[in-house]
Design a protein around this ligand. Structure first.
Ligand code: NAG
Ligand code: NAG
Ligand code: NAG
Ligand code: NAG
Ligand code: NAG
Ligand code: NAG
Length: 384
């Protein structure tokens, strides 16, 4: 207790500087959020002149309440950066700078549920007597459960806000400009958080994002864009309700999963497909056992024999040659056809795994967006 008070008083007197942790975003949506960034830093000018920074550590607790922290990465003036976590989706940079900014930054691509929780940024210093001192700051990452209703509720909020702005700007041009800017910001946050919207409502969003000058005319076009988004969403809401049938054929239950095979009309684009799977409580299929592989091949032969390609969640995008499942970030279990994966297309990188008809539905590597949805489908895996 007293140490807290002392640190607090010391901070006011600028005797010690506490480190700062920034976590962006504060809430992730599994399968949708593209990256989670954490920055832990301290500036030398904020330190007491007699202190120096020896090391920085970032610790994690997956329980928001029980603070059982384990170190996931550190940087020290002796050893440089060390990554202690086993997560494969993590990228760490850090440096200790005597007269400048010492920092340890971590980025998780496609963050998972296990990446949520509390984070502690811990800075170890030594004072003029050579005595070690530690200061810390904490931040947290929550998990957003993505539902189509949550997305709509955001859109509806934007729409209501827009109606209000419309009333306001009759009386004040100032309000109009600030509010339009905020609205644009909110739309872009929403869009960035849901690659689903990015893919589906691209045209409208381009309109919104292209708005450069702010005048009454622009307000109308923001309004049109939101209106158009809302209409699209209404239309889609109906579709989602029917979409398990409209977009997918469902398998029998196998073990503790069911599988959804896309119908011909659904275009495979990795983030979009992953979003569609997420909306039905799943993710792009991850084939882990021979029995599962056999079950899926039979499922495809029965309902997907018109396809030539059926995509899975396996990919080596951004980590060429290292095949991982998108959702779990675990290594792809090899059910490759002989000689595959061979990355043998001259025009495209073959970064996505697929069941390949001409190879008796064994696995092959293929470009991630196949231009013809008539002949290429994908499978979602949904835990039940
Ligand atoms: C990382 O993996 C190794 C070997 O599987 C295990 O012994 C260790 O406890 C793991 N460390 C963490 C931080 O999960
Ligand atoms: C960490 O991020 C901060 C803020 O973006 C940046 O100033 C700093 O250079 C980064 N640290 C490293 C080691 O890249
Ligand atoms: C933007 O979002 C923030 C946070 O959700 C909210 O407080 C604000 O009113 C929104 N602004 C507009 C113009 O919708
Ligand atoms: C959304 O993403 C784009 C492109 O990645 C970026 O330029 C923009 O700053 C982001 N907007 C927000 C509000 O995060
Ligand atoms: C979709 O289903 C939900 C829940 O069953 C229902 O509340 C909603 O009205 C339906 N929406 C449409 C457009 O059918
Ligand atoms: C897609 O493939 C089908 C079957 O081979 C073919 O009939 C159709 O013309 C193709 N469509 C495009 C756009 O290439």
């Amino acid at each position: 207790m007293w140490s807290v008070v002392l640190i607090f008083m010391a901070k006011i007197l600028f005797i010690v500087a506490l480190p700062t942790i920034h976590v962006v975003p504060n809430a992730i949506t599994i399968g949708i959020t593209e990256a989670l960034h954490l920055e832990c830093f301290i500036k030398s000018e904020d330190l007491s002149p007699t202190d120096s920074v020896i090391s920085i550590g970032v610790l994690h607790s997956d329980n928001m309440n029980a603070h059982v922290f384990t170190t996931i990465a550190s940087v020290s003036s002796f050893n440089g950066v060390r990554i202690i976590t086993n997560s494969t989706n993590v990228h760490v940079v850090g440096s200790i700078v005597r007269n400048g900014l010492s920092s340890l930054n971590i980025t998780w691509t496609s963050p998972l549920r296990e990446n949520a929780g509390l984070y502690k940024c811990e800075v170890n210093e030594i004072n003029e007597l050579g005595k070690p001192i530690t200061y810390d700051d904490t931040g947290s990452v929550a998990v957003n459960e993505l539902t189509i209703d949550a997305v709509f509720s955001e859109i509806i909020k934007l729409k209501n806000r827009l109606e209000q702005i419309n009333l306001n700007c009759v009386t004040s041009h100032e309000i109009e400009i600030t509010e339009i800017n905020r609205l644009k910001q909110n739309i872009s946050v929403l869009v960035n958080q849901t690659s689903l919207l990015k893919d589906i409502c691209e045209t409208e969003l381009v309109h919104v994002q292209d708005l450069e000058s702010q005048n009454k005319l622009q307000l109308t076009s923001v309004e049109n864009s939101v209106q158009s988004l809302t209409l699209k969403q209404d239309e889609m809401h109906g579709k989602w309700n029917a979409s398990k049938n409209e977009y997918f054929i469902s398998s029998e239950r196998f073990s503790d999963k069911v599988y959804l095979l896309s119908r011909e009309s659904v275009f495979f684009y990795p983030t979009f497909a992953q979003s569609l799977c997420a909306l039905h409580g799943g993710y792009l299929v991850e084939v882990n056992t021979q029995a599962e592989f056999d079950f899926l091949k039979q499922f495809i032969r029965t309902y997907g024999s018109h396809f030539e390609h059926v995509y899975t969640g396996g990919t080596d995008e951004n980590h060429e040659g290292v095949w991982l499942y998108r959702h779990s970030q675990t290594p792809v279990v090899p059910f490759w056809a002989p000689g595959e994966p061979n990355n043998d297309n001259k025009n495209f990188d073959e970064n996505c795994e697929e069941f390949h008809k001409d190879l008796q539905w064994s696995m092959n590597d293929l470009q991630c967006s196949f231009p013809n949805s008539t002949v290429s489908g994908f499978i979602c895996e949904v835990p039940v």
